[in-house]
Design a protein around this ligand. Structure first.
Ligand SMILES: Cc1cc2nc3c(=O)[nH]c(=O)nc-3n(C[C@H](O)[C@H](O)[C@H](O)COP(=O)(O)OP(=O)(O)OC[C@H]3O[C@@H](n4cnc5c(N)ncnc54)[C@H](O)[C@@H]3O)c2cc1C
Length: 457
């Protein structure tokens, strides 16, 4: 059976759909609280990963197929514990992404779906807008190109504004020219994820927490006395020895997506490289310095958007995040280290190629991560009033960024299947970095379409 691979402009590996046809746990309430155990050992589709992408996909599937049995398998005791609970909280409008790419399409669609969903569910968000600000003359052509790109992607309300107009919108921000995106907003994505879980459970789905998928295998023969025979031929095992039998799997494991692929017998590439992003927080008495999102003109060599000023739903203002290579996939502190993750990363030739190509950038990010003064200098280009006394070190997040064997960071979302018995029954979300939170409902629709088509649900 075939493999379909497409490339988007900009040389990025845009998307791939590669395919060959081929227990029990504990339920968790949407609020993250445990409910009583409701063991169910067979599922039509098991979705691995209780982040935004897994939960939105599981929700879309159960809403379309209420007569089938779906489960979400999450290794942590609560949902949205990793990227979905550690991000900037921005509802992106879709400016940055290569026209025609999945990121461009699914971000624009996803933002609209996100606002509509929040309206329907009463989840608070703020349409506080965003300015992408050029502070150097050399950034102006790139800013104008971003404007064109945003228009091509169909982003609403975009316009270039002058230095005077910048000050009218953001009185403390300085800049030569800015791209004004009024359709950018902020939300608490953890709250959104828990709401997806609530919908999923209300429609009959089951969330199994504390279920770390450690192995998968095909059942060799029909269980004794089973009337259903080989209807659920894939056995998914947890690290604590629990088993779930299922027909199909959708893997949305974020920072572990390559490991899940390996476990299922599919390709370990592209590999995930964890990039930690540390935030600073403006002291509350200085929050007045920032009204909406203020972003730099991004460096086109990297998928990260650069250190930005982001208001939060609780009224605080976060500054950041930077992007430094992490030595642990879910390591949120500077000194977090995992021997396995370190060996895994350093044994991969793609990482060395990436490091060689971007050594000065990497060292610069590391330096700024260590010395607050250096970060403040960057921030002062936008808001000169910010001083080192106005900021505190804040939380961190870790991005799951896919990297190919040539040392290229993969820009677009990547979804693929695999070969072999299990490979023919599994769909992997391989690269879903920012703006996958914004895009989660649109990604979910696409995954549900593909699951229906490939698995003939
Ligand atoms: C610092 C930072 C800032 C960001 N800012 C934004 C933003 O402003 N706007 C935006 O749109 N996007 C943003 N993003 C991106 C966005 O948060 C992610 O793209 C999105 O949350 C990805 O969701 P996910 O479900 O794929 O991954 P995750 O949320 O990481 O979920 C994956 C889940 O899989 C589980 N899992 C892993 N392995 C196993 C296993 N073996 N068995 C069972 N479960 C397993 C994990 O525990 C985890 O819960 C940001 C990301 C970061 C890190």
């Amino acid at each position: 059976m075939g493999t379909l691979l497409a490339r988007a402009g900009g040389g990025a590996w845009a998307w791939a759909w590669a395919w060959r046809r081929a227990g029990g746990g504990e339920r968790v309430a949407a609020a993250g609280r445990r409910l009583s155990s409701s063991p169910r050992s067979t599922l039509d589709v098991a979705v691995i990963g209780g982040g935004l992408v897994g939960l939105a996909s599981a929700r879309a599937l159960v809403l379309r197929h209420p007569s089938l049995v779906f489960g979400v398998l999450e290794k942590e005791e609560e949902l949205a514990r990793h990227q979905s609970g550690h991000n900037s909280g921005v509802i992106h409008s879709g400016i940055y992404y290569t026209p025609g790419s999945l990121k461009a399409k699914l971000c624009v669609e996803g933002a609209a779906l996100c606002y509509k969903y929040c309206d329907e569910k009463g989840i608070p968000y703020k349409l506080c807008g965003k300015l992408i600000v050029a502070v150097e003359h050399e950034e102006i052509p790139r800013l104008k190109a971003l404007h064109e790109r945003g228009l091509q992607n169909g982003v609403r309300g975009l316009k270039l504004i002058t230095a005077k107009e910048i000050q009218a919108k953001e009185p403390y921000c300085r800049g030569l020219m800015a791209l004004d995106s009024p359709y950018t907003g902020i939300v608490n994505y953890r709250q959104v994820a828990l709401s997806y879980a609530k919908d999923f459970e209300a429609a009959g789905g089951t969330v199994f927490t504390d279920f770390e998928v450690e192995g998968m295998e095909m059942t060799k023969e029909s269980p004794t006395g089973s009337k259903e025979g080989m209807k659920y031929p894939v056995v998914v095992r947890s690290s604590k020895g629990k088993e779930i039998h299922c027909r199909h799997i959708v893997s949305c494991a974020g920072l572990y997506s390559d490991r899940l692929s390996q476990i299922s017998g599919c390709s370990s590439e592209p590999r995930i490289v964890p990039f930690r992003g540390d935030y600073l927080v403006l002291k509350p008495e200085k929050s007045y310095l920032v009204r909406g999102n203020i972003y730099p003109v991004p460096d086109p060599r990297f998928p990260f958007l650069g250190i930005h000023f982001t208001p939060r739903m609780d009224g605080s203002v976060w500054l950041g995040p930077n992007a430094v290579l992490a030595f642990k996939r879910e390591g949120y502190k500077f000194y977090d280290f995992s021997f396995r993750d370190f060996i895994d990363a350093t044994a991969y030739s793609g990482l060395w190629k990436l490091v060689c190509k971007n050594l000065s950038y990497g060292v610069g990010e590391m330096y700024r991560a260590c010395f607050l003064k250096a970060q403040v200098k960057q921030l002062q280009k936008f808001i000169p009033e910010v001083t080192i006394d106005d900021i505190l070190r804040g939380p961190s997040g870790v991005r799951a960024q896919a990297l190919d064997s040539n040392g290229n960071l993969i820009d677009d979302f990547v979804f693929d299947g695999g070969t072999g018995d299990i490979g023919g029954r599994i769909l992997h979300v391989r690269n879903a970095p920012s703006p996958a939170a914004t895009s989660s409902l649109a990604i979910a629709n696409m995954i549900a379409d593909e699951v229906e088509r490939r698995f003939e649900l």
